[in-house]
Design a protein around this ligand. Structure first.
Ligand code: SAM
Length: 244
């Protein structure tokens, strides 16, 4: 049985896909996807020896060496162009996910769906998608073992620019005094802000509490730069509080 987090990712794979799971570690996701008739084939990519071994073992024990190819390499280097139509990257920081996608851009031709689960830095992933012609079709948020995870699903679209423009267009929320700018939506999720869930609200209440702590310690400093920083934080905290 998959963890709730991995199950959410598996639920977002298109039926009959040929997938690559980058940073696969234990290869649980590819094994589940092929054994449950979701993926026809899978590549489990890993850059580190330990997780690579774990992936090899898992795939062999599952009897899936025919349908799952475990490969050692950095990011999308393990994929040949046109080999897969869906890529999952989960359990890493958003900056690393964006770097992996940028460095492997030529491998994305023929890929129609990305399912990405950054542990932090979700805004960096959303920004990368907007800048590279991917339309964010779905955002999910869940809590498991005290951690909150966001799962971003994107599709390649010819008209991604127009779609994204409409998706991230500045909006107002009833009863909220600050406009929901593109920048705030990149941070908080354009879809998550449209239909706020309890987990999402709790995540942002906790982020606000962290920022308030930082503001307190910054405000104690006498430097000019600290004053500016405190002002920035005050304004950001105000924005977030209004939205949440
Ligand atoms: N994707 C699995 C999941 O979500 O449960 C495993 C997540 S694990 C925390 C992150 C994995 O990514 C590690 O096994 C690490 O070795 C691998 N990794 C980190 N950077 C990578 C890269 N540039 N290319 C491939 N794998 C990478």
């Amino acid at each position: 049985k998959l963890s709730a987090r991995l199950q959410h990712i598996a639920d977002r794979l298109p039926a009959g896909c040929r997938m690559a799971d980058i940073g696969s570690d234990h290869a649980l996701l590819p094994v589940y996807a092929v054994q449950n008739g979701i993926a026809l084939s899978a590549i489990a990519g890993e850059v580190n020896e330990g997780p690579l071994d774990a992936a090899r073992r898992q795939v062999a024990e599952a009897g899936e060496t025919g349908r799952i190819s475990v490969r050692k390499g950095d990011g999308l280097a393990v994929i040949a162009p046109g080999e897969v139509d869906c890529i999952t990257i989960a359990g890493m920081g958003g900056a690393l996910i964006a770097t992996i996608l940028s460095q492997g851009k030529e491998k994305l031709a023929g890929v129609t769906r990305l399912v990405l689960q950054p542990n932090v830095g979700e805004d960096l992933v959303r920004r990368w998608l907007v800048q590279n012609g991917w339309y964010l079709t779905d955002e999910a948020i869940l809590e498991e073992d005290g951690k909150v995870y966001e799962i971003l699903t994107a599709e390649h679209a010819e008209d991604a620019n127009e779609l994204n423009e409409a998706l991230y267009r500045e909006r107002t929320i009833p009863g909220c005094s600050v406009p929901l700018t593109e920048e705030l939506q990149l941070l908080m999720g354009p879809r998550l802000t449209m239909a706020p869930e309890e987990v999402w609200e709790a995540k942002w209440r906790s982020e606000i509490a962290k920022l308030e702590k930082i503001r307190k310690s910054v405000a104690a400093s006498k430097q000019e730069s600290a004053r500016e920083k405190a002002e920035e934080l005050t304004s950001r905290i105000h924005q977030l509080k209004e939205v949440v």
